[in-house]
Design a protein around this ligand. Structure first.
Ligand SMILES: *Cc1c(COP(=O)(O)O)cnc(C)c1O
Length: 477
């Protein structure tokens, strides 16, 4: 299996060749040159598999240059109840990503039972083990540099902590995260994890990361890499749980289902799109946004118009507060019939601050084939959905999952079972839960009192020289 760039101007590569990288050299994103197909019989043969072994069946079609035994061992080490077991007392702790039935035909897929209580662990934990494996083979080291406003940074740190050959330098805006989020990251005492609090806002931290990445000489000398949401291995790891959910929700592979996906950077739902392209019987992919509705707008109107930072709202589902969706280009590539020149044209407009309009074109005609539906949600919708779900089913959901469930219920086709992806646990968003339910969410025992642990963080001015100096000092030797 080879991977090609959405912009059509980069050499094809293998899975391990793109594993540690980000963008393709032509500025595009990598995708398989064609999607492997899964037949109904093959699918039915997977019904009894554990999550790890199902992941092997799916991912061995993509990671064709990793020896089968190695891949199987990595997946078994990643997807175990030791990592995913104890986040929630009312959960089926014998399973990875259990399906919780709210009522017949309406389910939640529990993806947030990992160490940082968000679905990003599902992909990031695998990335940590794949990186360690690949680096050991190459006798190489990698220094991961990133900026976070909360979720991604902590998922990356928990996935990379203690890993041989890997260091993490994670920038966060000083004083801008919740006490719980700070404690989650800054209380890690692994020597390979470096937390840097930048005196500024998230965008300042992000700009510093971009500036370091643009210094190609420094980047090469210090073996700097990233783990952002465009990484192909992260997307591919997410394809697996669509299969898992489908098999848990159906009795035969003649049935179709609908998925509702709380969306930001379009990574999660892109994996659903790919699962459908592989032949998984998905009748509807329902994309949910919060007030930051750039993606909902596209699916309703055919116009993709990335917002400026001033037009990006801070909401109570903060992990979906995005101005542009970094994985959306992958879907567009398929929508335009994999025409790299067309995407170069589209993204030259986007990169210049403009927009894309496909209304009235053949692409707009083709869109229904891809089975998307979409909608958006507000703070009041989230509170109401959290309250309704608690009253009706006795199940507490977080604000992001509430966005997904609200839009899913609105947009679903009545003839399809609806599976809503649970992208975080309520414990992460205590304030909103108190507002909705007037009570505190349950916190996993391992995270009780985490705010009182000693913290390790380097506070730094927003200064490129100082950051480079810090990295150079801590990667020497
Ligand atoms: C990252 C995140 C999302 C958005 O996922 P994308 O893959 O960026 O679309 C939704 N909910 C939560 C809790 C997240 O952390």
């Amino acid at each position: 299996m080879k991977y090609i760039s959405t912009r059509g101007n980069a050499p094809a590569k293998t899975f391990t060749e793109i594993l540690l990288g980000g963008l393709a050299p032509d500025g595009g994103l990598y995708l398989p040159e064609s999607y492997p197909q899964v037949t109904r019989d093959e699918l039915d043969g997977w019904r009894e598999l554990s999550y790890a072994d199902l992941a092997y069946e799916v991912l061995s079609k993509f990671a064709t240059d990793i020896p089968a035994d190695d891949l199987k061992a990595i997946l078994r080490k990643t997807y175990t109840p030791e990592v995913y077991g104890n986040a929630r007392s009312d959960s089926d702790t014998t399973q990875i990503a259990p399906l919780r039935v709210l009522e017949p035909g309406l389910c939640l897929l529990e993806l947030s039972n990992g160490p940082t209580l968000a679905f990003k662990d599902m992909a990031m934990q695998l990335l940590g083990n794949l990186f360690e494996y690949a680096l050991a083979k190459q006798h190489a080291e990698l220094n991961i540099l990133g900026a976070t406003s909360g979720d991604t940074g902590s998922a990356a740190e928990y996935a990379m902590r203690g890993k041989r050959g890997i260091r993490v330098f994670m920038l966060s805006p000083d004083g801008k995260m919740s006490a719980f989020q700070r404690a989650q990251m800054y209380s890690l005492d692994d020597p390979n994890i470096h937390n840097i609090a930048v005196r500024g806002v998230f965008d300042d931290a992000q700009d510093l990361v971009k500036a370091v990445s643009n210094d190609l000489d420094f980047k090469a000398r210090h073996r700097i890499g990233t783990v952002n949401s465009i990484n192909w291995a992260r997307v591919s790891a997410q394809i697996v749980y669509y299969f898992k959910a489908y098999l848990a929700a159906t009795a035969t592979s003649a049935q179709e289902v609908a998925f509702a996906v709380p969306s930001g950077n379009f990574g999660n739902i892109c994996a659903g799109h790919i699962a459908r392209m592989m032949g998984l019987p998905i009748g509807q992919l329902i994309l949910a946004t919060n007030e930051n509705d750039v993606l909902d707008e596209f699916f309703r109107t055919g116009v993709y118009r990335p917002r400026g930072t001033k037009e990006t709202y801070h909401t109570s589902s903060p992990s979906m507060d995005i101005s542009k969706a970094s994985n959306f280009e992958r879907f567009m590539f398929d929508l335009v019939g994999r025409d790299g020149a067309k995407l170069r044209d589209f993204w030259s407009r986007v990169d210049a601050g403009g927009s894309i309009d496909i209304k009235g074109s053949a692409y707009w005609q083709a869109l229904p084939e891809f089975r998307f539906a979409s909608g958006s949600s507000t703070h009041a919708d989230r509170l109401r959905t959290i309250r309704d779900t608690w009253t009706k089913y006795g199940v507490m959901i977080d604000t992001h999952t509430a966005d997904g469930l609200k839009v899913g219920l609105e947009q679903r086709r009545e003839d399809l079972p609806l599976i809503c992806l649970e992208t975080a646990l309520p414990a992460k968003f205590e304030e909103a839960i108190r507002e909705a339910l007037d009570r505190a969410p349950e916190r996993p025992p391992a995270l009780e009192g985490i705010e009182n642990l000693p913290q390790r963080v380097e506070v730094m001015d927003c200064n490129l020289g100082a950051l480079k100096q810090y990295i150079a000092t801590h990667t020497a030797g």
